[in-house]
Ligand binder design. Structure first.
Ligand code: OVV
Length: 407
């Protein structure tokens, strides 16, 4: 079998367009819109020779592939590496990188640990932290929205919600970047991210231990599920690792991207200020418009077809969520950021049995930030050009100088 980037190199399927492009090139990761547009134009399923993968970027096919966990599995990895043929860079996640029925049991425990009730119980802490942070930032002339706001907020509140005795913000952010970069090819971006893996992985491993978690936190709830016999204690540790893998960089990116959207669309921000109850739908629109997780893969577990195009067993399917969220056939005027859009069905949290299990917590964090902003800040001013930070699976800012104007 011919292998490429950790998976089987398939031949171009009959009827699929062939596109000679590197979707993981830094310039595309930093400015993906033209790539999204062309991907959708080329066809429903596009063969990319550089990695011998199939990409889907139209809304319907992206949703079809992403949500059909029996034809398109996660257990072979949700990046380019096919775990059937290549050793994973870390022991696979027991919720992300598994299929039903194994997935169902771990997912159930995570659903309970991040229920709407649990998210609501953290709300006051999220709001208080947002108030303190924004008051502090209002005293500054201008500052970097990424390091001083987007990274600072989740790395302050999330370890508290999990009940970590000591949250190391830098390690948490770098571990998240590593997890997401590992979903791409073995390019310089992934290599740079994995350089410090041993040190960070050792720290993460220790942070997941029961004795490092405080009672009442979401982490301890997982160990309580182990006490109740729903999972093993070892599995509880792995699920804490999932919190730390998926809970930090995603929300960091969400906040950065929200500041980007609202700093560029002052009329939309004014609408949010006039009616702060728009905060929830405003966040959904930020997610649709910027797709913090721009793509995840699935693997065809048997011969099948999508949009009439034959898909061979072992095909890696690159599901370009960012492109589906910009599909004009679905959204009408996708290039307009509108806080009143109500973008039901956007794919930024995924869809189907693997849909983001932490979305209640993510929404509660973002809601706190947006509501406090709307109350205290009259205008978000972006100074100079924002810089994006290429990541193989995330569409995140590297830095963006901003000034907050006092309301
Ligand atoms: C990147 C990511 C997303 C969702 C879950 C996980 C990781 C995990 O480690 O479980």
């Amino acid at each position: 079998m011919t292998m490429i980037e950790g998976h089987r190199a398939i031949a171009p399927p009959k009827g699929a367009a062939v596109w000679d492009i590197d979707p993981y090139a830094p310039e595309i990761l930093s400015n993906p819109e033209p790539y999204y547009t062309q991907l959708r134009a080329m066809g429903p399923v596009v063969f990319i020779p550089k990695y011998a993968i199939l990409a889907v970027g139209r809304y319907d096919e992206t949703k079809e592939v992403f949500s059909d966990c029996s034809r398109f599995v996660s257990s072979r990895g949700v990046g380019l590496d096919d775990f059937k043929h290549t050793r994973a860079w870390r022991p696979p996640s027991i919720i992300l990188e598994v299929d039903p029925p194994e997935h169902t049991r771990t997912r159930k425990v995570m659903i309970k640990a991040m229920s709407p009730k649990v998210a609501a119980s953290q709300r006051d802490m999220f709001v208080q932290t947002a108030e303190e942070m924004i008051d502090d930032l209002l005293n500054r002339d201008s500052f970097d929205a990424v390091s001083e706001f987007a990274e600072r907020f989740p790395t302050t509140v999330f370890p508290k919600a999990v009940g970590m005795k000591d949250g190391n913000p830098r390690h948490l952010v770098d571990y998240g970047a590593m997890v997401f970069n590992s979903l791409g090819p073995d390019n310089p971006i992934r290599q740079a991210s994995l350089e410090r893996a041993p040190e960070i992985i050792a720290w993460i491993g220790q942070a997941c231990a029961r004795e490092r978690l405080l009672p009442g936190g979401m982490g301890e709830m997982l160990y309580a599920a182990a006490d109740a016999g729903e999972i093993t204690a070892e599995e509880a540790g792995f699920l804490v690792r999932s919190f730390l893998s998926a809970g930090v960089d995603t929300t960091v990116t969400g906040i950065g991207n929200a500041l980007f959207c609202l700093g560029r669309n002052h009329d939309e921000y004014d609408q949010l200020r006039a009616d702060p109850t728009l905060s929830r739908q405003c966040f959904e629109e930020v997610l649709r418009y910027t797709s913090p997780v721009h793509s995840f893969c699935r693997t065809a577990n048997a011969d099948t077809e999508v949009a009439g195009i034959p898909i061979a067993e072992s095909s890696k399917m690159l599901c370009v969520l960012g492109s589906a969220n910009m599909d004009p056939d679905k959204w009408g005027d996708p290039e307009n950021f509108r806080v009143t859009r109500k973008p039901m069905g956007h794919l930024a949290f995924g869809v189907g049995v693997h849909g983001c299990v932490g979305q209640n917590v993510a929404r509660a964090e973002m809601d706190a930030v947006l509501r406090v902003l709307a109350r205290k800040v009259s205008r978000i001013e972006i100074i100079g050009d924002p810089v994006w930070r290429p990541n193989n699976a995330m569409h995140a800012l590297d830095r963006m100088q901003i000034r907050l104007h006092r309301a």
